[in-house]
Each structure stands twice: as C-alpha cells, then as structure tokens.
Ligand binder design. Structure first.
Ligand code: CP3
Length: 344
C-alpha cells in the first residue's frame, strides 16, 4: 500500500509536502458537478453509488488534492433513523419529525447500516478500487449534537431555540435522543471503516453555539462515546467543529488523531491550546478564495507558517468551500500549498 502523505500527517509522521484537501470539495462550485446535479436531485446522487463515486472523483482530478472525501451528507443516517428528509433549493435540509417528548425519541430507530444505507458502503467499495494507489478515502459522519440540532429544529437554524429549550427543560429526553444518535453513528462509521474508509472525519458544525460548560455537559460525552467505540485498526479520526476556539480545551481531551479548526483561531494559537500530541487541520477562511490568486498565495503562506507550530499540519479551509467559488482559485490554493509547503 502506498504510504499517503495525508495519512502520514494524520499520524504525525514526517511528510515531504504539507497535504491538502478541501471540505465540500465535491460540490456546486464545480461545473462538472452541476452537470450531474442538473439531471439528479441531491439525495438521488447520495443514494446511487455510481453517481456518488463519480462526483467524489471529480475534485481529485481537477484540484490534485491529497485525499478524497466520500460524497454523501451528514443527514443520510438521520433519515435512516426514521426522520423524513428533503432538500429544497436555497433552503437547505428540511426534516419532518418533531421531538416533543420521550415517545418521539422512542419512535426513532437505531438503523443497521447494511440494511438501510447499503449505498454508502457500496460507494466506498467502488472508490477504493478506483483510487487504489492514488489517494486515500475519507469517510465521515455528523456528531450527535449537530445531528440532534437538525432533528429538533427541523432544519438549519439561526438561534436554536427548540434545541436549547429541549436541552434545558427536558434533559432526559435530550439525552435519550443523543444516546440513540450516538449508537447510530457508531454503527454507521464502523460499517464505513469495514467497507474501506481509510480515515474518518466527524463533523460537529453547531458545537460552537454552546458555552464551553454546556458543550462539556451535553455534547462532549456523546462525541467521546462515538470516537471511543470505533473499530479503528489504524484508521485516523479527524474531529471538526465550527467556531471551536473556546471549545479546544475540551476537544483536546478526546482520543482523536487530528483536530480540524475553523478560520477564527490562528493555527499557532490553536497549537498552543491543543499541545503536541495531536495534528491540526485547517484553516484558511473560505472567503479568501474570492481574492485574486496572488493574494490567495499570501493567505496560504500565512496559514502554512502558523501551522508549523502544530505537531503536524494538514491544510484545508476552515469550513466548506462556498458554491460561488471559482474552481481555478481552488486549484491555485492547492498548487500554492504544494509549492510552499515543501519540507526541508
Ligand atoms: O466534503 C465533501 O465534499 C463531501 C460531501 C459532504 C456534503 N455535505 C455534500 C453536500 C459533506 C462531508 C457534507 C457534510 C454536511 N452536510 C455538514 C457538515 C459540514 C459542514 O458544512 O459544516 C452539514 C451541516 C450538512 C448539512 C447540509 N447538507 C447543508 C447545510 C447543506 C447545504 C444546503 C444548500 O442548499 O446549500 C447540504 C447539502 C449538500 N451537502 C450539498 C453538498 C454538495 C449541496 C447539495 C446540492 O447540490 O444542492
């Protein structure tokens, strides 16, 4: 097996060049994605392994990144739990099950991935064959807090009133929901590893809406349960939370290999928070890709320089690439990382 620089950096081993990939690298900013998306709904693309595989491969060819991430969505296992899911143009996901009490949690399933989402594992198997020797494949899942936020709010939210009201006023119901999601996520990720995922990234997009204390009380225990229950067998685990700066003292207690951070905290300060026993991933502001390539290069240089404070650094954006991004600017960023990130 090829010793990929992305996997080496996850393990904090020396690399020739800083590895780079982009969150949401398969997506609407790519015309070749739009072409397939024009003929299929987003959920159809997630559920047809040959389509999911095709769009997973697109950014590898176009950008020359050092890792592939499976094309899917964090809400796929939520639908498998029995929550109706739709995506509406411009509105994001809409979930159709209210959680008012314990009975609503009891009605949710802990799905068997082989039975309910076999297309995910099938896409992984197709991709492993397609990529052999070329790039490693990252599998992923949302973490319980972020998935609970989508279920309880019924979609994306601004103030998370329903979620926080449930959490504070019915903590037993909230905890029952979190426990059920955690079991679902463990089975889902272990099935991805078994199918061939070579690294796992777990997403806690909304963790940053909590105070550090509430994060430790209501979210962290379930993340710990998830990452502690993975049959990893050498598969590195990357933890991503958006708006994570205040949460790093808690996140660094997790048994993960890589902590991915958003752009709001400079990487040298993040390194000072998390120490030298974990790698860092990130964290260029996705908006910087709207600047001319010369200025993008300056941003890359700054992120790389700060990343040298970490035990190991994987270059990425601080959140997903934005749909109006010019693909050529993403290419320029990857090229700059590979040119400026050469070691020794
Ligand atoms: O990174 C990748 O390229 C892999 C695929 C991937 C997608 N979503 C594809 C996608 C991954 C890893 C995700 C994760 C995801 N999905 C997260 C966590 C990461 C983050 O951004 O914080 C979240 C919160 C979701 C939920 C979700 N799915 C949202 C909020 C949206 C945007 C809705 C919109 O209309 O913009 C999606 C849809 C989605 N997921 C798209 C893609 C490519 C766009 C779908 C389309 O083609 O219309």
């Amino acid at each position: 097996m090829t010793d990929y620089r992305f996997l080496r950096a996850c393990r904090r081993e020396p690399v020739d060049v800083t590895p780079v990939w982009i969150m949401r690298q398969a997506g609407r900013y790519l015309p070749e994605y739009q072409k397939i998306r024009g003929k299929n709904s987003f959920l159809t693309m997630c559920k047809r392994p040959e389509l999911a595989a095709e769009v997973t491969i697109q950014p590898i060819e176009r950008l020359g990144v050092d890792a592939a991430i499976l094309f899917s969505d964090i809400l796929i296992p939520v639908e498998a739990m029995g929550v109706p899911l739709e995506f509406h143009e411009g509105k994001g996901p809409i979930l159709g099950k209210e959680i008012r009490g314990q009975a609503d949690v009891d009605a949710l399933a802990v799905p068997d991935p082989a039975d309910k989402v076999p297309f995910v594992m099938e896409a992984i198997r197709i991709l492993r064959k397609a990529f052999e020797g070329k790039v490693p494949l990252i599998g992923f899942s949302g973490l319980p807090f972020t998935l609970a936020s989508y279920i309880v709010e019924g979609g994306t939210s601004r103030n998370f009133i329903k979620l926080k009201t449930l959490m504070y006023q019915a903590p037993d119901v909230f905890r029952a929901l979190m426990g059920k999601i955690a079991k679902t996520v463990v089975a889902y990720l272990n099935a991805q590893i078994e199918a061939g995922a070579q690294a796992i990234q777990v997403f806690d997009t909304w963790a940053g809406i909590l105070t550090p204390r509430d994060y430790e009380t209501y979210a962290l225990p379930y993340t710990r349960e998830v990452v502690g229950s993975l049959r990893r067998d050498g598969v590195p685990v990357i933890h991503y939370a958006n708006d994570c700066a205040m949460l790093l003292p808690a996140i660094r207690t997790l048994p993960v290999d890589v902590i991915a951070v958003d752009w709001r905290i400079p990487l040298d300060r993040a390194a000072a928070e998390v120490g030298q026993n974990v790698a860092l991933q990130g964290n260029m502001d996705p908006t910087m890709l709207f600047l001319p390539p010369g200025q993008i290069e300056e941003c890359v240089r700054d992120v790389l320089r700060r990343g040298q404070s970490a035990a190991s650094h994987i270059f990425n954006l601080g959140h997903g690439i934005l749909p109006p991004t010019n693909p050529e600017h993403a290419v320029a960023m990857v090229e700059a990382v590979h040119r400026l990130g050469r070691k020794g």
